[in-house]
Each structure stands twice: as structure tokens, then as C-alpha cells.
Design a protein. Structure first.
Length: 202
């Protein structure tokens, strides 16, 4: 089992791997992202009129995918300065109009004023894709979101495999349900390859 890593760890990781600079459709995660946006009979997708609030946005490949799939608005937040710089560059590579409704914010997830953000983001859909497994206080973040954005839909992905930066990983659906179902309304979880996709309402 790994441990929670500081921002500089991710600065180095993102800058040091070509995989994070690839176009979104060449990303290892793209098949999962497509499923998240499209949904399934058991899991709601992300509608085109949504404002995606992406927590732990990384280097911007999911932001590119969201734009490609026609999602109206996007705000990505990450505590890695390198990730945010890469994400901005990734968006500019496919979006010609820099006045677009797609924005990247360099910020710690636990100190964001989510209520203030909500005022400028209609129809918010929160995403935490490969984020919570890196946080010791993952449940506290979800609770904070529930207080600030009650009733908003959320999509979470978590892994079934270990990594040096994973505080935890999950072996089965029950362990995920035990951890997150008390925090979400209309909790649902589904297996996708090496990951679990969770949906619910805050």
C-alpha cells in the first residue's frame, strides 16, 4: 500500500511521462471516460448541458474528452501546478477560442469555496476520477462537497490495484459500498476493467 503524496510528487510524475501528454483518445483511461459520459442502464451519464466540476483534474486529458463529447462547461481543479499548466495547454490544443467555458484552477481541493463556485456553474456534475484513492481524508472531502453542493450528481472512479501513491484500493463492490454509500444518495457502483465507477447524489 502506498501513501498520500505531496504536490511535488505529481509535478514530477506528470512532467516525466509522455503518456500524460498524449491526446485524450490515446489515454489509458479513455474507454472508462467514454462510459462515464455516456452512462449505462445502471449508471447515469453526464449530460451535454452539465457543468463538470472535475476534482483532481490532472493534465487535462479528461477535459479534452469532455469537450470532444460536447459537454457545455468544465472547471478542473488540481493541487499540482504542473498538472494545471499541462491541462491548460491540452485544452488550448483543441479549443481555438480561449474565452471558452473550460477553465483550470490550481488549488487544494480541501480549501475550495464550492458554494461560491456553484454560483457560476449551472447544472453542476462533480467528477472525482482517480482522485479519492490518493487522499487520506477522502470521506471528509465527500462530506464537504455534500454540505456545499447538496443534491448535485457525482461520479467517482477508484482502482482495484495498488500504487505508491494509493492510500487505498478496493478488491470488491462491498468494500466500496461500505466506505462511500453512507455519504451519497442513490449510490450505485459498477465494475469497469481495473476500476470501479461510482455514481450518486451529494
Amino acid at each position: 500500500m502506498g501513501k498520500e503524496q505531496p504536490a511535488r510528487y505529481y509535478d514530477t510524475a506528470y512532467a516525466g511521462s509522455m503518456s500524460y501528454s498524449k491526446p485524450f483518445n490515446h489515454s489509458y483511461y479513455y474507454p472508462m471516460w467514454k462510459k462515464i459520459m455516456a452512462g449505462s442502464p445502471n449508471l447515469p451519464g453526464i449530460g451535454p448541458t452539465s457543468s463538470v466540476l472535475d476534482l483532481g483534474c490532472g493534465p487535462g486529458q479528461f477535459a479534452q474528452a469532455a469537450y470532444h463529447h460536447g459537454i457545455s462547461r468544465y472547471l478542473g481543479i488540481d493541487f499540482s501546478k504542473t498538472a494545471c499548466q499541462m491541462a491548460q495547454k491540452a485544452l488550448y490544443s483543441i479549443i481555438q477560442d480561449r474565452e471558452t467555458n473550460y477553465t483550470i484552477m490550481h488549488h487544494d481541493l480541501f480549501t475550495v469555496d464550492y458554494k461560491a463556485l456553484a454560483a457560476g456553474l449551472p447544472d453542476i456534475h462533480v467528477t472525482c476520477l482517480e482522485t479519492l484513492e490518493h487522499l487520506t481524508n477522502d470521506q471528509a472531502l465527500v462530506t464537504q462537497l455534500s454540505k456545499s453542493l447538496p443534491g448535485r450528481p457525482i461520479t467517482i472512479t477508484v482502482p482495484s490495484f495498488d500504487d505508491v501513491s494509493h492510500v487505498r484500493y478496493f478488491r470488491d463492490l462491498k468494500s466500496i459500498s461500505d466506505r462511500y454509500s453512507p455519504l451519497l444518495q442513490d449510490f450505485k457502483v459498477e465494475v469497469f476493467s481495473k476500476w470501479f465507477i461510482i455514481t450518486g447524489q451529494l
